[in-house]
Design a protein around this ligand. Structure first.
Ligand code: B12
Length: 211
C-alpha cells in the first residue's frame, strides 16, 4: 500500500522522481486526487514555507520543492474531474506583475479546468494590459488573479481599474486569491470575489457565473 507520507517527504525534500513515483502509485491504488493534493502535497509546501520563514530552508530548497510539486500536479491534472453539472465559462488566470509564484495559481487553474471551465493561463508577472487583452480576445467571463507577495497584491487594484476603463466591467468578473489576501482586501479593491483555496475557487467561479 502506498505511503503518502513519502509524497509529503518528497515535496518537502524537493525530490521530483520520488514525488512522481508515489503519485503514480497512489493513483494506481485509486486514491482520490483531492486527498493526495490537499492532504500531502499542499501540506508539504506549507512545511517548506515554514522552514524558509524560520531560516532553516533557502530559495534553492523552495525551487526544488516547487519542481516536485509541479511534477506531481502534472500527473494528477487530467484526473481532476468535477461533477460535470457546472455551467461552463471562460477564465483568464495569471499571477500579477512583479510576482513569480505560480504553484497555487496553477493548482487553481487545474481545478477549474478539471471542472469544465476553459482556462487561459497567462503565467506569471502578468500586466493589466495582458489581462485585459486576453479577456477581450477570449470573451472571458472571469479574470482570476493570484499574488503571494504583500508588495505585488496591490497591483490587483490597477487591474480592477483597467477592467473598468476597458468597458469590460459587467461582462467580466474579477476573482482573486493568494496567501496574503483576504475577503476584506477583495472588497476594498472592488474585486467580485476571493477564495483562500483551489476547491472554493471552483465554487466561487460557478457562483459568479450564475450571478
Ligand atoms: C515556493 C515559494 C517561492 C518559490 C516560487 C516557485 C513557484 N514556481 O511558484 C520561489 C523560490 C521562486 C520564491 C521566490 C520568492 N519568494 Co516565495 N515563497 C514560496 C512559498 C514557500 C510557498 C508558496 C506556495 O507555493 N504555496 C503552496 C500553494 C499551493 O499555496 P498558495 O500559493 O497560497 O495557493 C493557494 C491559495 O493561496 C489559493 N490561491 C492562490 N492563487 C489564487 C488565485 C485565485 C484567483 C484564487 C481564487 C485562489 C488562489 O489557492 C491555492 C491552492 O489552494 C511561500 C511561503 C508560504 N507559506 O506561502 C514563500 C513566500 C510567498 N515567498 C516570499 C518571498 C519574500 C519571496 C522572494 C521575495 C524571496 C527572495 N528574497 O528572493 C521571492 C520573490 C520572487 C517574485 N518576484 O515573485 C514570502 C512573501 C512575504 C510577503 N509578505 O510578501 C513568503 C510568504 C515566504 C516568507 N514568509 O518569507 N518563493
Amino acid at each position: 500500500m502506498t505511503n503518502l507520507n513519502e509524497l509529503y517527504d518528497a515535496i518537502v525534500g524537493g525530490k521530483l522522481e520520488q514525488a512522481k513515483a508515489v503519485t503514480n502509485a497512489a493513483i494506481a491504488e485509486g486514491i482520490a486526487p483531492q486527498t493526495i493534493i490537499d492532504g500531502y502535497m499542499v501540506k508539504g509546501m506549507e512545511e517548506i514555507g515554514a522552514r524558509f520563514e524560520a531560516g532553516k530552508a533557502f530559495v534553492p530548497n523552495l525551487l526544488m520543492s516547487a519542481r516536485a510539486m509541479k511534477g506531481s500536479l502534472d500527473i494528477l491534472k487530467p484526473l481532476l474531474k468535477g461533477d460535470g453539472s457546472s455551467s461552463v465559462g471562460v477564465i483568464v488566470i495569471g499571477t500579477v506583475k512583479g510576482d513569480l509564484h505560480d504553484i497555487g495559481k496553477n493548482l487553481v487553474a487545474s481545478m477549474l479546468e478539471g471542472c469544465g471551465f476553459e482556462v487561459i493561463n497567462l503565467g506569471v508577472d502578468v500586466s493589466s494590459e495582458k489581462f485585459i487583452d486576453a479577456a477581450r480576445e477570449s470573451n472571458a467571463n472571469i479574470i482570476c488573479m493570484s499574488a503571494l507577495l504583500t508588495t505585488t497584491m496591490n497591483y490587483m487594484k490597477e487591474v480592477v481599474a483597467a477592467v473598468k476603463a476597458s468597458g469590460l466591467q459587467g461582462k467580466v468578473k474579477v476573482m482573486i486569491g493568494g496567501a496574503p489576501l483576504t475577503n476584506d482586501f477583495a472588497k476594498a479593491i472592488g474585486a467580485d470575489g476571493y477564495s483562500s483555496n483551489a476547491n472554493d475557487a471552483v465554487a466561487l467561479a460557478r457562483k459568479l457565473l450564475s450571478a
